[in-house]
Each structure stands twice: as C-alpha cells, then as structure tokens.
Design a binder for this molecule. Sequence first.
Ligand SMILES: *Cc1c(COP(=O)(O)O)cnc(C)c1O
Length: 351
Amino acid sequence: MDADRSIMRETSRGFERYYNPKLHGEIRLDTNTNVLGSNPAAAEYLRTHTWDLNGYPDTYSGGLREALGELYGLNPDNIIAGNGSDEMLDVIFKTFTNWGDDTAVPFPSYSLYDYFVKSNGGKAIMVDLTDDFQLDVDALVRTKAKVTIVPSPNNPTGNCFRRKDLEDLVSRFDGIVVIDEAYSEYSGNGFIDRVDEFDNLIVTRTFSKAYAMAALRVGYVASNAKLSEMMMCVKIPYSLNSISEGAAIAAVKDQGFIRRSVELVTEQRPKLIKGLEKLGFEVFPSDSNFVLARSPIDHKVLVDGLKARNVLIRDFGSKRRTENCVRPTVGTEELNTLLLERTEEVIDECH
Ligand SMILES: *Cc1c(COP(=O)(O)O)cnc(C)c1O
C-alpha cells in the first residue's frame, strides 16, 4: 500500500483494518454472537422461500419496520432498518454532524464509534467511565458535543449503565443522545419503547447478537418520527436486501428463541464467572452474553495459548482501563467447561 496517505480524508488517515483473525475452524467465543447457532425461524424462512432476484428490495424495508413496531408498541415511522446497526450508526453521524463537529464517546466502549465519527469528518471526544465503569454524566454534558453515543449494556465492559444516569444524560445533554442497545435483549431494560418521550433520543439495535443472524447484516434504529424522517432521507435506499429483510421478519415473530437464548446466558454466566474466578481472574459484573475478565497471566500468552487449543476469545489487554483483560462470550455448559479447562492448561503451562 502507498505509504503516503495524504490523499485520504484527513480524519480517516489514521484508520487501520478491523478485527479480522485468520480462522482455522476454532471455536468462536470472540464475537458475542449467539452460541445456540443460526436463528431457527430465519433459517427456515431461507430454506422455504425463493426471491425475484431481478426486483429491488422494498425501498424502506416496510415489512420489517411494521413487525418491529408491533414488537415494541411503536409506529413503523419511528423505525429505520438497514445493513447492520453499524450502517445505522453511520447514518446517524451522516445525518446530524457537520465537518468538525464533536461527538462525546465514553471510554472504554465500542471501538467502531471513533471510526464512524471520524469517517464522517467529526471529532471523537473520549470521556472516561468512572472506576466502576459507569457513565460520568457531568463530563459528557460538559463536552457540549453535538452527539453523544453510549452502548448499554456496554461493550467491552459488559455492564448496563444506571437507568437514572441514562435518563439524566438524555434530559441534560444539549444534543443528540444515541443509546446502542446491541445487547439489551440480555439485560431487558432498554429505552427503545420510550423514544417518543424524548426529542433527542436515538436507540440502535441489531439482529447480530441475541437474534443469531450476524451473517445477514440487519440492524435498526428507533427515535421520534421527526428524527427518523431526517435519517430516512439520508440512509442509502435499498441498503437492506430482500432476503435479509424477510429472514429478519421471520425472526421477530419467533420470540421464543430469544427467550431461550437469554435464559441460557442467565443460567450459564454465573457459572462461567465462578469458574474464571477460581482460576484467578478478576471478573467484572455483566448484563450481557460476554464477560470482561482480568487475566492472572499475561493476556497475550492466554489468548495465544487458547488459540493454539482451538478456542478464540477477544483480547483487550493492551488497552488503557482494560489492562490485561480478555472478553470471552458466555457459551453453553459444554463450551464454558471447555473454555475453563483449556484456560487452566494455559495457566498451568506458565508456572
Ligand atoms: C456487535 C455490536 C453491534 C452490532 O453491529 P452490527 O453492525 O449490527 O452487526 C453494535 N454495537 C455494539 C456495541 C456491538 O457490540
């Protein structure tokens, strides 16, 4: 690649490629997808349908927005669907920020926020979470940024932010507040059904995690109808393809699968935490299908040792605030046992 990046947009020059591990059939506890495997209703839909490949998709994914409206008691006009919640995050910044505008981002949180802010010409102002990984609402408000974006439950720390802090933030922040609820099926206390109460709240959600269909790339955003209309006009038409939209509609109608998926995590998470603590990890409180844990041995030795034993977990150990931490997805009973056994092997090898 040409070393001289001055040809690039200024705010994008520092970008590197995203997480992209070379795979050799490893067990993946590194991406927080659903360990029960493919969404069954979506898979059944794909098995039993054919499509007119010559026709464009529904321009604004009307069928999916209707199904989601019904699920949350919202009007379809409150909702926009697109190609993963990552597309929806991009649409938010494209719609509401001008060149050079600030966006306040808590740290540590989702690494892609910085990417979306900068690729839209903006500046990310990092605001540290408190020692117990909660929001510093005063500091976020003080940035006077145009937008702030907070994931709750937070990735990579796993915890939800306090409801009162989120309400406080929405009412005191003089700009758009985005709550990224990628994992809120697991915590069960989202704000999505309350978007009509606020003039500045946007909530994003995804089919990539609890819904077990990351491969199909479907996400959505909810807000009051005024903000939604603005974003709808900015979003690339047809970005959600017909096949994924149909599969997502089928998945919305099978809430039993979501309940089973959440129950599994609720049941297995305390066992995984206990097992990790027994091996010497410091595990942080989680409301998600993953946990952040500080390793008793060097993080890189642990992650590489597990990879050599066919298990992938995500490494956050070189980053500030998550020093020597890793982030495994909560597995099934079998997967967690395997993870704990192999972790113990790697630790033993170190001594
Ligand atoms: C996984 C994840 C998403 C999901 O992104 P998609 O583009 O919908 O796959 C969004 N936000 C956070 C914090 C995540 O961890």
